[in-house]
Design a protein around this ligand. Structure first.
Ligand code: CU
Length: 178
């Protein structure tokens, strides 16, 4: 049992059994393979997006998001504004305890600059079901240029545990055909 000391006091000089060595080697090799797969998926998997990060002031970011909502809101869903920003524009998505605000509506095959920032703690942007993931760190804006290639309704979930309401932090993105 791990609670009691090892029988040999100089335990680190014992030879490692061959089977354990093989397992270490397999795990290490697999780790290396997955490391290079990250680079491969960036190009081939279309999931690890190229992103930019900028230091921001949360209050100023919130003002920009509010201005976008005031200008381009098209309807409301359960108290949440739905925004249809013009193609090519800068779009702002706020992550905060515990919501993604607002709901965004993009046009298919149009390009947007999506800025995502947290107003409080660290959150994880996870677009479902396409599985695009971005870490959202407080004090920074994560920016991706995106061009939706399929229309439909997409869910945004938080995949970074952020407290008691974490599981309710669900947002929405629509992609509509023009
Ligand atoms: Cu969370």
């Amino acid at each position: 049992m791990a609670i009691s000391p090892p029988s040999e006091r100089i335990w680190w000089k014992e030879t490692i059994p061959k089977t354990e060595l093989i397992w270490i080697l397999i795990a290490f090799t697999w780790g290396l393979v997955m490391f290079f797969m990250m680079i491969y998926w960036h190009g081939a998997g279309e999931q690890n997006l190229s992103n930019e990060a900028y230091r921001i002031d949360a209050a100023k970011f919130a003002q920009k998001a509010q201005a976008m909502v005031d200008q381009h809101q098209v309807r409301e869903e359960g108290g949440m504004p739905v925004v249809h920003p013009p193609p090519g524009s800068d779009v702002y998505l706020i992550a905060r305890l515990w919501q993604w605000w607002p709901i965004l509506e993009f046009e298919k095959d149009q390009s947007y600059r999506l800025h995502i920032a947290s107003m409080d703690w660290q959150h994880g942007f996870s677009l479902q079901p396409v599985n695009i993931n971005l870490q959202i760190h407080p004090g920074y804006s994560m920016v991706v240029t995106l061009k939706p290639n399929q229309s439909g309704e997409f869910g945004v979930i938080c995949n970074e545990f952020c407290g008691i309401g974490h599981h309710t932090m669900i947002g929405k993105i629509y992609v509509v055909d023009k």
